[in-house]
Write a protein that binds this ligand. Structure first.
Ligand SMILES: Nc1ncnc2c1ncn2[C@@H]1O[C@H](COP(=O)(O)OP(=O)(O)OP(=O)(O)O)[C@@H](O)[C@H]1O
Length: 346
């Protein structure tokens, strides 16, 4: 559906400023009908990547294939026609302030040469789809941020695109409105089958909506895969730092304040283990206790639903000194459960 084939993008040197290698060796595919999050820090190359998908930028090397066509090779009318099958929504909505909600949504249809009657019917359908049928005649200044983004989404879907690009579309919204807009995008993906590519610097957005994630750093893909896999087994430090922001690797203060680096006589080793799948945590703790004959205690637990899977971490207290802690870590490793020792409590 969208395929990056060995893409590099270099912006040339300009007025004494050095050239920038914005993207290098980008090679991955986005499946039809999927929701893929592309995450990276500022300057990682996210916007350059989306602009390649809709043909606003050309790659320096490689090809970008959208719906079986090399969009990077198109120009003029052919490019404009191809762009009708790629909708885009933006952080600041990019609505025309002089046009009503309905007339903003009508704009791409006017450009595509639809008749007045067809435009009227399609706009009514789109306003209903995004849940603001009553805002037909409102100007952007009379709408809330969430409502403006709904107009943006309706406008992006007007010409029935197969791909919807979202460039930080919820970054200017509060958490509750963000959730409502992400829910709307999920239902659009489900009901219309539109492929969604989500550019963001927030892992919480990826977690709520995406099934696949691509992590960009300094113009390269450093990690990619299913969201649930990446959340449970992040390999690259940049991914780990994004995850720490959302999963809250932080322990409850009451526990964190008791953990010390050295073993405490008669105390417990503190081990954090990642778990995955409904009920996986219970099963793991029960088996560990039974097979190693240990009186394991559960000091803290956090389970989230990510990419449709239960993932989280358990903090276990292991009595029995260093030997028991080492045996526990070995057992967890044998059972493919990533674990780390945090210290000891009395
Ligand atoms: N038109 C341009 N001309 C020159 N350099 C550019 C241009 N657009 C982007 N860059 C540079 O390319 C690199 C990647 O920028 P890009 O905007 O793609 O990153 P980003 O991940 O979207 O960042 P942000 O989240 O801050 O928007 C940056 O170093 C940026 O300064």
């Amino acid at each position: 559906m969208v395929r990056f084939e060995n893409i590099s993008k270099t912006y040339p040197a300009y007025r004494g400023k050095a050239g920038v290698n914005a993207l290098q060796d980008i090679d991955f595919a986005i499946a039809r009908g999927s929701i893929t999050g592309v995450i990276g820090r500022s300057g990682a190359g996210k916007s350059s990547l989306v602009r390649l998908i809709n043909g606003l930028e050309k790659p320096t090397l490689g090809r970008v294939i959208v719906d079986g066509r090399d969009i990077s090779a198109l120009a003029g009318r052919e490019l404009r026609l191809a762009q009708r099958s790629i909708g885009m929504i933006f952080q600041h909505f990019n609505l025309l302030s002089s046009r009503t909600a309905a007339d903003n949504i009508a704009l791409p249809l006017e450009i595509a040469g639809w008749t007045k009657a067809d435009i009227k019917a399609r706009v009514a359908e789109l306003l209903a789809l995004v849940g603001i049928a009553d805002k037909h005649d409102r100007y952007p200044s009379e709408l809330s941020g969430g409502q403006k983004q709904r107009v943006g989404i309706a406008r992006a879907l007007a010409t029935r695109p197969s791909v919807l690009l979202s460039d930080e579309a919820t970054s200017a919204l509060d958490p509750q409105t963000t959730r409502a807009i992400l829910d709307l995008l999920a239902s659009i993906n489900r009901e219309l089958g539109v492929t969604i590519v989500l550019i963001t610097h927030e892992m919480s957005v990826v977690r709520q909506l995406a099934k696949e994630v691509v992590v960009l750093d300094a113009g390269r893909v450093v990690e990619s895969g299913h969201v649930a896999d990446i959340f449970t087994h992040p390999r690259h430090p940049i991914t780990q730092s994004f995850l720490a922001e959302v999963i809250g690797d932080s322990l409850p203060v009451s526990l964190a304040s008791r953990i010390v680096p050295e073993p405490v006589g008669g105390g417990q080793a503190v081990i954090r283990v990642q778990v995955r799948g409904a009920g996986a945590g219970d099963t793991l703790v029960a088996r560990l206790a039974r097979e190693l004959g240990l009186d394991v205690s559960l000091l803290s637990a956090r389970i989230d639903e990510i990419g449709g899977q239960h993932v989280g971490s358990l903090v276990l207290g292991i009595p029995g000194g260093e030997g028991a802690a080492t045996r526990t870590l070995a057992w967890l490793s044998q059972h493919q459960s990533p674990a780390e020792r945090l210290g000891h409590v009395a």
